[in-house]
Design a protein around this ligand. Structure first.
Ligand code: FAD
Length: 425
């Protein structure tokens, strides 16, 4: 039977938009279904946009995409309760014609991307939730059921770009439930300030931006990180920890951690006088390589957060979402324009593409990180940051103690701390 659509895409986040756009560009009839009132209405991100992934889909995106600032400075901080020790990398080279990283506001960005998707010819249904997949007698996926349409909608293939929860895949038995140790819960606020104030506070001009990634005692010994990104007239500030860590701790709440981060002496002055306008919480899949579920089957393919494509070490997610969405779209288009069927075997080309790309290579490189954090999380998140800050103080204070004695105090401290889980008093 001839279906009304070649492909149905579930979700209008970066992965769904990338897949839908790519397939429409190749001449496929695509239906995209988004449960939000508009694309981006449900989405939360820091957010840094990595240009390369989008450029491969929409080369001229800079012409009309809602971009905030291009990043010229990256700060990485290890915090104790009184301050931080950090690495700052800043370069005028980032003031280039086609900058590599931008801060963005996701609601606006997703809306823009989705408009481009519609312009490319995709039919988009908003405020519609896909409730389950429809399968035929041979268990091949042939369409979707939504909360609006009793009869179902049919297509040759369904692209599951539904984000981290992956409920459609889960309900259809295509994937397992998320495990608390594989997913972080992050909260984020937007703090508004005049542009000149942000420029002065961060030593910026024009559209230059700074991003700060932080770890340390702000997460109360739990595995997690915090961030602060400069937008044009606002600052995004957030923190996230593994769900299993919240469960283990019992006491800490995401909101409590965010308050603590904002009150930190290194952060408070940067936010002073700002007006908070938005608060949001979201999950991030952080299980890495070993948590990637089955990605293809007869009539279905998974992209983005639903496929657990996040590089938690480098804070990359939306670029992996766009890249996997694009690749899923390309594979489907290759199959359907050759007159073949979207069987699991044919869709397997997607797994090969991923394996050859930075997506799987990077996830594989960090495959042992979740285990390392499970075993040594407290040390990495709390003990080492405290030791580093203490060592810095020992080193920089000029107090009549000779440098050799300072060196041995730092080493002794590190050694003692390792044995009894805390810097010596
Ligand atoms: P989503 O963006 O989650 O999109 C899924 C879409 O599907 C949603 O619009 C949802 O409404 C829709 N949907 C879900 N279920 C259904 C259904 N059943 N029917 C219809 N529609 C449905 N990444 C970066 O690259 N840089 C960053 O700075 C960054 N910071 C982050 C900060 C935070 C606090 C968080 C939470 C994430 C961050 N990420 C960042 C990760 C990034 O946001 C994700 O990797 C990315 O959004 C994944 O895109 P996606 O399209 O796969 O999923």
């Amino acid at each position: 039977t001839q279906h009304q659509f070649d492909a149905i895409v579930v979700g209008a986040g970066p992965s769904g938009n990338a897949a839908a756009y790519t397939m429409a560009q190749r001449g496929l009839r695509v239906l995209q279904i988004e449960r939000g009132e508009y694309a981006g209405s449900k989405n939360v991100q820091g957010a840094i946009l990595y240009s390369d992934a989008l450029e491969r889909i929409i080369p001229d995106f800079r012409e009309d995409a809602p971009l905030e600032r291009h990043v010229i400075e990256q700060r990485i901080w290890m915090m104790d309760d009184a301050g931080h020790t950090g690495m700052h990398h800043r370069s005028d080279d980032y003031n280039e014609e086609s900058p590599n990283r931008y801060t963005i506001i996701r609601a606006q960005f997703d809306k823009w991307f989705n408009r481009r998707v519609r312009d490319a010819g995709v039919t988009v249904l908003y405020e519609t939730t896909v409730t389950r997949l429809i399968t035929d007698a041979r268990k091949r996926v042939v369409g979707v059921q939504t909360d609006r349409d009793g009869n179902g909608i049919f297509a040759d293939v369904v692209v599951l770009a539904e984000g981290v929860n992956g409920l459609v895949g889960l309900r259809s038995g295509l994937r397992d439930e998320l495990r608390p140790e594989n997913v972080a819960l992050a909260v984020k606020e937007m703090h508004f300030l005049p542009q000149e104030v942000i420029d002065a506070r961060f030593n910026l001009k024009g559209e230059e931006g700074v991003v700060i990634e932080a770890m340390g005692t702000v997460t109360d010994g739990m595995v997690g990180t915090a961030f602060l990104y400069t937008n044009r007239e606002s600052i995004s500030v957030g923190i996230g920890c593994l769900v299993s860590e919240f469960a283990r701790s019992g006491a800490a709440t995401p909101h409590g951690l965010l308050d603590r981060f904002k009150a930190h002496p290194s952060i408070r002055p940067l936010l002073e006088g700002s007006e908070i306008k938005e608060y949001a919480a979201h999950l991030i899949p952080e299980g890495g390589y070993r948590a990637v579920p089955e990605l293809v089957g007869d009539g279905w393919i998974v992209a983005g957060d639903a496929g657990h494509f996040v590089n938690a070490v480098h804070r990359e997610g939306s670029n992996l979402a766009m890249t996997t969405g694009r690749m899923a779209g390309e594979v489907v288009a290759n199959i359907l324009t050759s007159g073949l069927s979207c069987s699991a075997t044919n869709l397997g080309a997607y797994k090969t593409l991923l394996k050859e790309s930075f997506v799987m290579k990077d996830l594989k490189k960090y495959r042992n990180v979740p285990k390392m954090l499970e075993e040594g999380g407290y040390n990495i998140m709390n003990l080492y940051p405290r030791l580093v800050n203490r060592a810095a103080q020992t080193w920089f204070r000029v107090d009549g103690v000779d440098k050799k004695a300072k060196e041995s105090e730092i080493l002794k401290n590190a050694w003692r701390a390792h044995r009894c889980r805390g810097p010596a008093g």
